[in-house]
Ligand binder design. Structure first.
Ligand code: F6P
Length: 421
């Protein structure tokens, strides 16, 4: 059988290590020249397939591809684009087939979170419903750590490390100033509906009185009275209060405390701005001077402080995705299976795409302390291995050296263009 070409793409919010997965996919596929043809990447995820905007990764050298392992963000561009159901928009699927046929694509690797695994799942169904044979494999990624079944998600360990390090450092600062100036510091972190990233801040606290003194989770309804009493207790007892607040915190009516008012293609609200809200509330009700920060893209782009464990897992999952295809698997996603906590041991398994598409895994109740403002020992045991190790990029002139690929376009073969709805 003639060798088929590969389509690889990145989708959803990017991370410090999604390029390490790309590196794993491309380096592994390059080792199997007897099995695979060209390795193409979609420019901006699935949009690259729909608009026939493919990148020939073969134009980049082995050293450029190797440097992806150390480079944050999505080297080929990402997207938030939802494929509709087959019945709702058959034209979109016909277009995908047209592009895949024109470029002889037989393998589809899609690197993303829950929404993106839904796309991978839908593409895998093209084979059955529209008779175009394609092997579709998901590659997990999301800083939110909310994919089910896999022990954790690449991208998360590095954000977790960034947040734990940042709240520890900022807490040292505010502790120094607290006597005559700032008494409260609020760090807002990502995570949308799941509190995993906020929980990771809790790793910074090792003994009574350590920061963060309060964590606000999306899983726990915000109770203003209880919250303010806890802030006051912290300032009275430790001299200051350092908080980690998830962007997804909701009030008793189920509304986000801070919603920017815009939505993405999947209908997700754009979040951000809960830190100033919380800081102002504290100032108004308790009178403490504050500082706040929104970690925002800094947290998920912070490759300089990435977790070594996370980088290794991201690479291993990219590699495993290609190996699954070689074994004849289809419509699956490689996952991380935890073998033990101490010492931390993990291996790679797999699950059906249908099990992960659109499913969100939130923090279990047993990971949140009884008062709702901290993490339990069990949670610490789960999180701690994921932030272990450092994997610094090379530095030059005091700055990390990151790669920008050539991203040479594959010549178009189709005359028709496609307008996305
Ligand atoms: O999906 C991952 C994530 O980083 C969320 O934590 C965050 O709410 C969202 O992406 C932000 O998305 P965007 O970069 O599209 O605004």
């Amino acid at each position: 059988m003639a060798k088929k070409n590969i389509f690889y793409a990145q989708s959803g919010g990017v991370t410090a290590v999604i390029n390490a997965s790309a590196c794993g996919v491309i380096e592994t596929a390059r080792k199997h020249k007897d099995k695979f043809g060209k390795i193409y990447a979609g420019r901006n995820g699935i949009i690259g397939a729909l608009t026939e905007d493919l990148i020939d990764t073969g134009k980049d050298s082995a050293s450029a591809i190797a440097a992806l392992r150390y480079t944050p963000s999505g080297a080929f561009g990402s997207c938030r684009y939802k494929l509709k159901g087959l019945q709702e928009n058959k034209a979109e699927y016909e277009r995908l087939i047209e592009v895949f046929k024109a470029h002889d694509i037989g393998y589809f690797f899609y690197n993303g979170g829950g929404d993106s695994q839904d796309t991978a799942h839908k593409v895998s169904q093209i084979g059955q419903t529209l008779g175009y044979p394609i092997v579709a494999i998901g590659v997990p990624k999301t800083v939110d750590n909310d994919l089910p079944i896999t022990d954790n998600c690449p991208g998360f360990g590095s954000v977790a490390k960034y947040v734990a390090v940042s709240i520890r450092e900022a807490a040292f600062d505010v502790a120094s100033m607290a006597k005559t100036s700032t008494k409260v510091f609020v760090l807002e972190v990502m995570g949308r509906h799941a509190g995993w990233i906020a929980a990771a801040g809790g790793l910074a606290a090792e003994k009574e009185g350590d920061a963060p003194h309060i964590i606000l989770f999306p899983e726990v309804t915000f109770d203003e009275t209880k919250f303010l009493a806890k802030v006051k207790h912290s300032v009275d007892n430790y001299g200051y209060c350092a908080l980690v607040v998830s962007e997804g915190v909701k009030n008793a009516q189920g509304q986000f405390l801070a919603e920017a008012g815009t939505r993405d293609a999947f209908g997700h609200a754009q979040l951000g701005g809960v830190a100033p809200f919380i800081a102002q509330l504290i100032k108004d009700k308790l009178g403490y001077k504050y500082h706040w920060a929104v970690a925002d893209y800094l947290q998920r782009a912070a490759r300089h402080i990435a977790s070594k464990t996370d980088v290794e897992q991201a690479y291993a999952l990219g590699k495993a995705a290609v190996e699954l295809a070689l074994k004849g698997e289809n419509a699956v996603m490689p996952i991380i299976i935890r073998k033990s906590n101490k010492p931390y041991k993990w291996t790679i398994g797999k699950t059906e795409l249908s099990n992960v598409a659109n499913v969100e895994r939130k923090m279990p109740a047993e990971y949140i302390s009884a008062d709702g403002f901290g993490i339990t020992e069990k949670c610490r045991e789960y999180l701690s291995p994921l932030i272990q190790g450092e994997d610094y990029p090379k530095y030059k002139n005091g700055l990390p050296q990151y790669v920008t690929l050539k991203n040479v376009a594959v010549p178009k073969k189709l005359s028709a263009t496609f307008t996305m709805k």
